[in-house]
Structure formats: structure tokens, C-alpha cells
Design a protein around this ligand. Structure first.
Ligand code: ADP
Ligand code: 5GP
Length: 190
């Protein structure tokens, strides 16, 4: 199975980049819809942005081995995970599964599939995460602080990824990623 795994601190621009990759990448990418126990943000749609599960349902599906990977993210008490059924969906649609997941989840995926393409997204300056999260305006101060703490831990893992991409100029970052995905596709499937 082919996986492209994208990680990076909150505010690095992962969600924005994923939308552009799905539209522009010549390699067919199918975005894996994650399950989470966190509450939906006002604009978020069930089954599109996430599958929103109660903590009980998440735990019981985890016990039933339904997840390819899962982790408690941001020490928030909220769990996030990739359902195996999402990977089957990508395969049925004839594409590569695109997973936007945290560093703990990425490690689990690499254990299952060492040929996964892993890309870490970051900003040119560390202060930019906070600026973007404040500008996005979707989290409280306390949540932003916890995400910035997680960001420091995540940045320390960046070297474990095959590529690191700096998202200062969005179009340039997307083009760089498309280059990495095309090269990986060629290397693995020629
Ligand atoms: P993440 O999914 O990594 O938390 P988002 O994609 O939500 O990040 O991006 C965080 C905020 O930064 C959003 O408001 C987004 O519009 C903005 N953003 C994304 N990429 C850039 C960029 N290259 N330059 C400036 N702002 C950006
Ligand atoms: P958010 O709450 O902003 O949507 O996402 C918070 C974090 O959860 C991000 O770092 C994102 O990469 C991570 N995340 C989203 N889905 C998954 C998933 O399925 N598995 C794991 N391990 N992390 C995820």
C-alpha cells in the first residue's frame, strides 16, 4: 500500500497544503479522513474533515484493532487515528492515501510500511506558528499554548522524516512537495 504521510506543528499549514496537493498533484492522492474525539469546529463537517467519535466509541474501535495508527495528540486527552477502512478506501479508488497525522502516528505508520513517503512541514521562523494560530482564530489561548509546547517536541522529530519542507511561500512549498511525491512514485512504481 502506498502512503504519503504529512506532519508538522499546528499552524505550519498542513491543512492548507493538503487541499492544494489534492487539487494539483498529478499523482492521485486520496485524503484519509481521520477519526478524533475532539469536538468539531463550527465549519467542520462529519466525514469530510473528521469522523467525530465519542471517547467510548474511539476506545472500543481501538480495542477492535480498527486503526492503522492512533495517538493522544497535544496532551489534550483527545485521541486521533487513521482507520484501516480509510486505507482500503484509497486503494479502491486507485490512489495513494494521504495521511495528515502527528509525529507519534507517523512513527507507527513507518513501522507498518517502511516505504511510506514522509514529509515534515515547518515554517521559516519559530514565532510564525503562534502568529498563524492567532490569525486563524480557532483556538483559545490555553489551547494555543499547549499546541506551541507540542510544536517544540515535534520539531525535534523533523529529521526522522524523509523530507522537510518550509512553508513560507505556499505555492513554492506545494510545488516542492509535488516534486517529492512524483520522484517517490517513479522510484517505487517504475
Ligand atoms: P495546520 O493544519 O498545520 O494547523 P493550517 O493549514 O490551518 O495549519 O494553517 C494555519 C494558518 O496559516 C491558516 O490561517 C492558513 O491560512 C495560514 N497559512 C497557511 N500557509 C501559509 C503561508 N505559506 N503563509 C502564511 N499563512 C499561511
Ligand atoms: P487539529 O485538532 O488541529 O485538527 O489536529 C491536531 C493534530 O492532530 C495535528 O497535528 C494533526 O496532524 C493530528 N492528527 C490529525 N489526524 C490524525 C490522525 O489520524 N492520527 C494522528 N496520529 N494524528 C492526527
Amino acid at each position: 500500500m502506498r502512503f504519503v504521510v504529512l506532519s508538522g506543528p499546528s499552524g505550519s499549514g498542513k491543512t492548507t497544503i493538503v487541499q492544494h496537493l489534492i487539487e494539483k498533484c498529478p499523482v492521485k492522492l486520496i485524503k484519509s479522513v481521520s477519526a478524533t474525539t475532539r469536538p468539531a469546529r463550527p465549519h467542520e463537517v462529519e466525514g469530510d474533515h473528521y469522523y467525530f467519535l465519542s471517547k467510548e466509541e474511539f476506545a472500543s474501535r481501538r480495542a477492535a484493532d480498527e486503526f492503522l495508527e492512533c495517538a493522544e495528540v497535544h496532551s489534550s486527552g483527545n485521541w486521533y487515528g487513521t482507520l484501516k477502512s480509510e486505507v482500503s478506501r484509497a486503494r479502491e479508488l486507485g490512489g495513494c492515501a494521504l495521511l495528515e497525522i502527528d509525529v507519534q502516528g507517523a512513527r507507527q505508520v513507518i513501522d507498518h510500511c517502511s516505504r511510506a513517503l514522509t514529509i515534515f512541514v515547518k515554517t521559516a521562523e519559530d514565532g510564525e506558528y503562534e502568529r498563524r494560530l492567532r490569525a486563524r482564530g480557532t483556538e483559545s489561548d490555553a489551547v494555543i499554548q499547549s499546541r506551541l509546547e507540542t510544536a517544540r517536541r515535534e520539531l525535534a522529530q523533523a529529521k526522522a522524516y524523509r523530507h522537510q519542507v518550509v512553508n513560507d511561500d505556499l505555492d513554492r512549498a506545494v510545488a516542492e512537495m509535488i516534486g517529492h511525491i512524483q520522484a517517490w512514485e517513479k522510484e517505487n512504481h517504475d
